[in-house]
Design a protein around this ligand. Structure first.
Ligand code: BES
Ligand code: ZN
Ligand code: ZN
Length: 465
């Protein structure tokens, strides 16, 4: 599907958005009313003889436009029409593009006979192309990067394992002019990353640390580190997950996929920032050489960790990668993305990314970035009492909390132990366990990976002071 900005209505059919108020004054009100169309949010009605598709919107907010565009594009993709036009304005161009690209996304890699769509061209009709062209192009870059992230999240664990994850990163680096460095198990051993290596020990795939760097042509205004949990499969390890919880655990690499998608967006937007990306790509499996509950792992930082549950593996990978990243890059900001805890979903629901960290100012800036990008984020506050729950009788810290409540926060506090004093205010942790994957359509998200994080992070970095 090709999307173009045009000044005159073109195409086989036109889409119009109607609210309950504007419906009453519409030329086709009678017909629409008879057809039972009441302009409620996400309702649609084809008037084929008028070459018109009307879509209900509750309001003219970007959230409602995005959602409505998603419904419209799904209906159009299974219709007879080859081309369609939508009216756009500067204020809703981003929401429209997101609704169309992300709502119309399909992952067909494993379908032997993918559905074919006749729809080839989407025309976005505006008064002044020059005025909105750059916003349009930015929206396309961010939406495409989100789809790129979705594609890799959706890829099966057999096809996407730590070495093939590294290959995908290498390919992106080559195409987008990024520096790429991959560490295999030999190098990880040299780096004393025993926690990360422990998690990957029972896998037949070699663990990889992937480091990409984007440097702008101009002088960089800021240096950013993005860190992603890249568990290409999380069986739970010897603390094996129940069968039903294991299904979908290919998505445990979504943090890594998100930061890779962000690198694609950042380099294509040509942001004047230096950005480093680190992915800990590991598979958590069972076997004779698997790491065990009762083991004590010596992390790269020297801090020792008692393993009480091998399913709390993400934090073991991240603590070593965070330590490595802090040594390699003196960043102004450091953000990690991870499908870290089921508890985050319990706390915030499946639609919302949990954000944790010490800087209220930074958390606040992300609330605005998320608001304007159509993603939800919610803050989960640290406190010193929850921190005490990570005490270990044998090592410096336990990998799980001694109490069953506040699990997303105690996981965040575990990571916090590896953030150096000078970086505390520069760091935020994003738990995308709920938001990264969906089995039901919501907003512009469809079955599978959502690409959570890519849109709000791109928005944040575009506006960073
Ligand atoms: N990858 C999971 C978290 C997860 C759960 C992500 C559901 C997406 C959907 C993580 O590694 C995990 O298993 N966490 C445990 C931690 C527990 C053992 C302290 C959890 O959340 O149950
Ligand atoms: Zn786990
Ligand atoms: Zn996991």
């Amino acid at each position: 599907m090709k999307i173009d900005l045009v000044t005159d209505i073109k195409g086989d059919i036109k889409v119009e958005f109607l609210s309950e108020k504007t419906l009453k004054n519409h030329k086709q009100y009678k017909t629409l009313h008879l057809a039972g169309f009441n302009a409620s949010q996400d309702s649609i009605c084809f008037l084929h003889e008028k070459a018109l598709l009307v879509c209900g919107v509750e309001s003219s907010t970007n959230d409602d436009i995005r959602s409505s565009c998603s419904v419209a594009i799904k209906a159009l993709k299974s219709s007879k029409y080859k081309s369609v036009s939508f009216d756009v304005q500067e204020s809703n161009i981003q929401a429209t593009v997101e609704g169309l690209v992300l709502g119309g996304y399909e992952f067909n890699k494993y379908k032997s006979k993918p559905k074919k769509t006749k729809l080839k061209n989407i025309y976005l009709v505006c008064n002044d192309i020059k005025k909105i062209k750059s916003r349009f192009e930015e929206a396309i870059i961010i939406a495409d990067a989100t789809c790129f992230t979705r594609d890799i999240v959706n890829t099966t664990p057999e096809d996407l394992n730590p070495p093939t994850f590294a290959d995908i990163a290498k390919k992106l680096a080559k195409e987008n002019g990024l520096k790429c460095e991959i560490l295999g198990e030999k190098e990880l051993s040299k780096e004393k990353m025993e926690a990360m290596l422990g998690v990957g020990r029972a896998s037949r795939h070699e663990s990889k640390l992937i480091h990409l760097t984007y440097k702008p042509k101009k002088k960089a205004r800021k240096i950013i580190s993005l860190i992603g949990k890249g568990l290409t499969y999380d069986s739970g390890g010897l603390s094996l997950k129940p069968a039903t919880s294991m299904v979908t655990m290919k998505m445990d690499k979504a943090g890594g996929c998100a930061v890779l998608g962000m690198m694609k967006a950042i380099s294509e937007l040509k942001l004047d920032l230096e950005v480093h990306m680190f992915i800990g790509a590991v598979e958590n499996m069972i076997g004779g050489d698997a790491y065990k509950p009762d083991d004590v792992l010596v992390t790269r930082s020297g801090l020792t960790v008692e393993v009480r549950n091998t399913d709390a593996e993400g934090r073991l990978v991240l603590c070593d990668v965070l330590d490595y990243a802090q040594d390699k890059v003196k960043a102004d900001y450091m953000f990690d993305f991870a499908t870290l805890t089921g508890a985050c979903m319990v706390a915030l629901g499946q639609y919302t990314t949990g954000v944790m960290g010490h800087s209220n100012r930074l958390k606040h800036s992300f609330s605005s970035a998320a608001n304007s990008s159509g993603e939800f984020i919610g803050s989960l506050p640290f406190n010193k009492h929850l921190k005490k729950l990570l005490k270990s009788g044998i090592a410096d810290i336990s990998n799980v909390s001694s109490k069953p409540y506040g699990g997303a926060i105690t996981a965040g506090l575990f990571l916090d132990r590896f953030i150096r004093e000078e970086n505390k205010e520069k760091w935020l942790h994003f738990d995308i366990a709920g938001s990264a994957y969906t089995e039901t359509n919501w907003d512009c998200n469809v079955y599978g990976g959502t690409g959570a994080g890519v849109r709000f992070m791109s928005r944040f970095l575009q506006n960073i002071k």
